[in-house]
Design a protein around this ligand. Structure first.
Ligand SMILES: [Zn+2]
Ligand SMILES: [Zn+2]
Length: 283
């Protein structure tokens, strides 16, 4: 299977992904679920443009990874020796790696929801027409944080470049799935693997759903850390934070976090400028 994916060229890969989601959409909600409104089609185009940008700097990351790994080793940072994994059965090793990785992503995602980092992540949350391509809508500054987590967790675990690429590909396929227009919740396994319903709640514009469901693979991390929220179907709930971000405008969305941080700094400086001169105290 992985070998087959490896042999696909880029456009065949997108065609296969699209065909899979059309099939899943029809299976789950009938033809109505794959009829895209004009606004959803524009959202899809913007998300696809973000996907191309992400592919560009992900490529740069993999190109730079051997150099960074050498730097990591030279600093004397801890690393699990390769030989350790040779003694562990492959399914168990894969599970351990995913557990470490998703633990890192859970906390990185939670940090991205704090006020200082929120502008970087708000771009992902800006899609009011959530669809499988919404996963691609991520600002470069947010991607730097996620890629750093992936790099440090995988280097600490002693993985090689091919294994990290395989992990990134599996993550990409799963993330497309959880952003898809599907109302699936994985039944008795809903705490075990992130479902489209679980992640849709993360995007829902409702105060009860804010800052919930941070895990990207294992929802039990949210259960353990008190952020699990999945009361019922989220299929007809509004998604996005539309009024607060520039909608489906690629250039404006790219500039938006920098403008927000500029506003934050200006707001911090303003009270200092406006502080009135101390008036002499009356005696
Ligand atoms: Zn988020
Ligand atoms: Zn998302």
């Amino acid at each position: 299977m992985l070998e087959y994916i490896d042999n696909l060229n880029e456009w065949q890969f997108y065609a296969v992904i699209t065909a899979v989601f059309i099939a899943l959409g029809v299976l789950s909600k009938g033809a109505a679920s794959v009829k895209w409104s004009k606004s959803k089609a524009i959202s899809g185009v913007v998300n696809f443009a973000f996907l191309k940008l992400t592919a560009l700097y992900s490529g740069l990351f993999f190109f730079a990874m051997p150099v960074i790994k050498e730097w990591y080793g030279a600093q004397g940072f801890p690393q699990i020796p390769r030989e350790f994994w040779d003694s562990v059965p492959v399914p168990l090793a894969a599970l351990a790696i995913l557990l470490v990785y998703d633990f890192g992503v859970y906390w990185a995602h939670r940090l991205l929801h704090t006020s200082v980092l929120w502008p970087a992540h708000a771009v992902h949350h800006s899609d009011t027409d959530m669809n499988f391509l919404t996963w691609s809508r991520g600002h470069p500054t947010e991607q730097i944080i996620i890629v750093t987590i992936l790099f440090f967790s995988s280097t600490w675990l002693g993985l090689n470049v091919e294994e990290v690429a395989g992990l990134a590909l599996l993550r990409a396929l799963h993330q497309y799935y959880v952003h898809a227009n599907l109302d699936w919740d994985h039944g008795p396994f809903h705490y075990l693997l992130v479902s489209p319903r679980f992640h849709r709640w993360h995007h829902v514009d409702d105060v009860k759903a804010y800052d919930k469901n941070f895990a990207s693979i294992f929802p039990f991390y949210d259960k353990i850390f008190g952020t699990y929220y999945n009361p019922h179907s989220a299929f007809d709930m509004p998604t996005g934070i539309g009024a607060h971000t520039p909608g489906h405008n690629l250039a404006a969305l790219t500039a938006w976090p920098f403008m927000e941080w500029g506003r934050m700094i200006a707001a911090k400086l303003r009270p200092l400028e406006k502080t009135p001169k101390a008036t002499p105290t009356e005696t």
